[in-house]
Design a protein around this ligand. Sequence first.
Ligand code: V47
Ligand code: SF4
Length: 370
Amino acid sequence: MLRPPRLSPAEAALWEKVEEGFPLSDEDALFLYHSSNLAFLGALASLVRSRLHGQIVYYNRNFHIEPTNICIYECAFCSFARKPGEEGGWEYSPEEIEAIAHRYVGSGVTEVHIVGGVHPKRGIEYYADIIRRIKRILPHIHVKAFTAVELKVMCARSRMSYEEGLLALKEAGLDSLPGGGAEIFHPEIRKQICATKANTEEWLEIHRTAHRLGIPSNATMLYGHIERYEHRIHHMSLLRELQEESGGFNCFIPLKFRRENNALSHLKETSIIEDLKNYAVCRLYLHNIPHLKAYWPMIGRVAAQLSLSFGVDDLDGTIDDTTKIYSMAGGEEHPAMSVQELEHLIISAGYTPQERDSLYRPIKLSSVST
Ligand code: V47
Ligand code: SF4
């Protein structure tokens, strides 16, 4: 990666630090967040990205199931949750979930992503049953399911420790955990946007336990609402620390706050410049988490394509379904992208597409020639 010309002394020092492979300090990250030199940020993040993954951009074929949007919590940023009996609420029966899984038989999908509201009545047994039913229909599917927030409550309801609950789900076929529920770990912000759900220590403890049991996971950060850069850095520092200890995080996903239909609708959404800058700082600061994912239904296709030049190496995914978490908050209505569309998007940005499984093992070479 060519060093951009006319760097300030501070930028040149950071370039050398990253080139030599040293981790960024919190001060370095803050400096980058305050920088308006987007070309520098992109080049620096691309230095790390190409060291880790060359020109490859991963994608996978997945679908989502949101078993319910009934939720005991009221997170300020959430447009998705409903109270029991409230209009717009749903709770699928196991048979309805089986019917969703049946739609994907023979489709080539390799992963199902299952997250939903925190239902007042459902425990580990219910969710283990759902996983078993899905695996009977799609035996080779990787089940990435349940945020730490959902897991905390389902374990408590079934009077199980985190370890017991996770082991029961693993036995039923759980393969990994998604990264949701992390939001912003700093207590100053957490108490304003999601005061009552799993706190920071609980979120980290559930992921630590999963990693110890051989269940890998992802991590997210909900950014662009009331937090400051310092809170984002604090958030990432806790993840970097846990990753140093357990090595169980596969991927980090910054989630841009979308403001429609929620209690924070008065806030402005971040600009694309801010989103790209954030991807770059995340890539640079989280040196020990191998993958950085752009979730295109949330940021849109153009921003997802641009993000590839700001450290992102993974596009999620060939989603073809009914996911509502983002469409209810202002994301794309029926997010769907075919393999050809996704590969075209990657190739036209100058990168090489690679289909992956949920553990980032290559599945096959691109079907579209570069
Ligand atoms: O925790 C909710 C976020 C998350 C809004 O692991 C919102 O591969 C923006 O975790 N604006 C759930 N974000 C989704 C999730 C996820 C998504 C994609 C990939 C993976 C993965 C995980 O959605 C919640 C919350 O942070 N969210 N409402 C909103 N208005
Ligand atoms: Fe419930 Fe999750 Fe929405 Fe919070 S973000 S209200 S926990 S569905």
